[in-house]
Design a protein around this ligand. Structure first.
Ligand SMILES: Cc1ncc(COP(=O)(O)O)c(C=O)c1O
Length: 367
């Protein structure tokens, strides 16, 4: 008889990532991935900032050394950019790691988290890891219903997760609604505002939550280099919060959780405004291109402010499978309680055109 795992680890749901190009190519018996496109993980179709690539190359020969475990220079760059102190910032191996660190610090069996039904699924998976309960509130028009979330808070609630903009719906709540929520949320709860996609919004609309952190509101803001900066493969995220919360998260992390290449690339990417601006233009053009084609084909979708679209196709999983046969990888949404939908990431103009063509062919057959 083997050693028994914690009871709550049994039937632990698995995170279903966008399928890697190589995996689908292997399954289809292709010799390479040249003819395939992946629009399944909300990555940046422009690729990484060239300045970030150069920075990675410049440190490649130092990889025999451990990284600076405190991430001093990147934290300084972030502190300058956001007018915060560096003891209000912690780096993570992707913002996913920071979500888990929040669990280590705040969740124990029997605690609760509150989130929206169709919000980023990792919140619920992390809660499960700590045997905490997830209270998921219904959305309104695919958008977080902050009043419902507030009402769902109980004395056992420790964390409330709000993804803004939200994945997979591509919607956002207003700063006014968030401010009201923060005014009303009880003292025993920490609000986690996950801003993974914030770099894709117009710059003037990006930094309201940072003001709140500066003002000392009870808030932990999560951000990432995976989306706007195009560095998903490096795994680099950060949180902005009070010194107290930051110190606790620091105590929970591994000593070298963020590698040296990621730190160097992060500093360079942060300074590359041109790449961010080009990314925002590509996304805006791509959203126009895709929504025009979907409108013309009378296919329903949820209007999005970021680099992906939730599209109603009938059986999402069957459509994904059929699209893979056409060498296009997108994401089924049944794991989010949306079996009729797929989520497609905005690609280059060429990739978007390929997706639309493949979707129309597939829908003609699958229904
Ligand atoms: C809302 C949201 N938060 C967090 C993440 C995790 O990002 P990363 O761990 O790459 O920083 C994602 C990734 O898709 C996301 O959609």
């Amino acid at each position: 008889m083997g050693i028994e795992p914690n009871a709550w680890m049994k039937d632990m749901p698995r995170y279903e990532p966008g399928r890697p190009l190589e995996e689908v190519a292997r399954e289809l018996g292709l010799s390479g991935i040249e003819d395939m496109i992946k629009l399944a993980s909300n990555e940046n179709a422009l690729g990484p900032s060239p300045r970030a690539v150069a920075a990675m190359q410049s440190v490649a020969e130092r990889m025999h050394l451990y990284p600076d475990g405190g991430g001093y220079y990147l934290k300084q760059a972030l502190a300058d950019r956001f007018k915060l102190r560096d003891d209000q910032i912690i780096l993570g191996n992707g913002s996913n790691e920071l979500i888990e660190l929040l669990g280590h610090v705040y969740l124990q069996p029997g605690d609760q988290i509150v989130m929206s039904e169709c919000a980023f699924v990792v919140y619920k998976l992390v809660a499960r890891l700590f045997n905490a309960e997830t209270i998921a509130t219904p959305m309104q028009a695919f958008t977080h219903d902050l009043s419902a979330m507030l009402q769902a808070i109980t004395p056992r609630t420790r964390l409330v997760f709000i993804a803004n903009p939200n994945n997979p719906t591509g919607t956002r709540v207003t700063s006014e609604a968030l401010a009201q929520f923060l005014d009303a949320v009880p003292d025993h709860v920490l609000t986690v505002l996950d801003e993974a996609y914030i770099d894709l919004l117009p710059p003037a609309e990006q930094d309201q939550a940072i003001d709140w952190v500066r003002q000392g509101r009870r808030l932990c803001v999560l951000r990432t280099f995976s989306k706007g900066h195009g560095l998903a493969g490096l795994r680099l995220g950060y949180s902005l919060a009070s010194t107290e919360v930051t110190q606790l998260l620091n105590q929970a992390r591994q000593p070298f959780n963020v590698n040296e290449m990621a730190q160097a690339a992060g500093i360079a990417a942060l300074a590359d405004e041109d790449h961010l601006a080009a990314t925002r233009r590509m996304v805006a053009d791509g959203v126009d291109q895709l929504t025009a084609a979907l409108d013309q084909a009378a296919i329903e979708y949820v209007p999005s402010c970021v680099n992906f679209l939730l599209i109603r196709v009938g059986s999402g999983r069957a459509v994904c499978k059929a699209l893979e046969q056409q060498h296009v990888i997108v994401r089924p949404m049944d794991g989010y309680g949306l079996p009729d939908y797929i989520r497609v990431t905005i690609g280059t103009a060429k990739e978007n055109a390929r997706f639309i063509e493949a979707l129309e062919q597939v829908l003609a057959v699958v229904h």
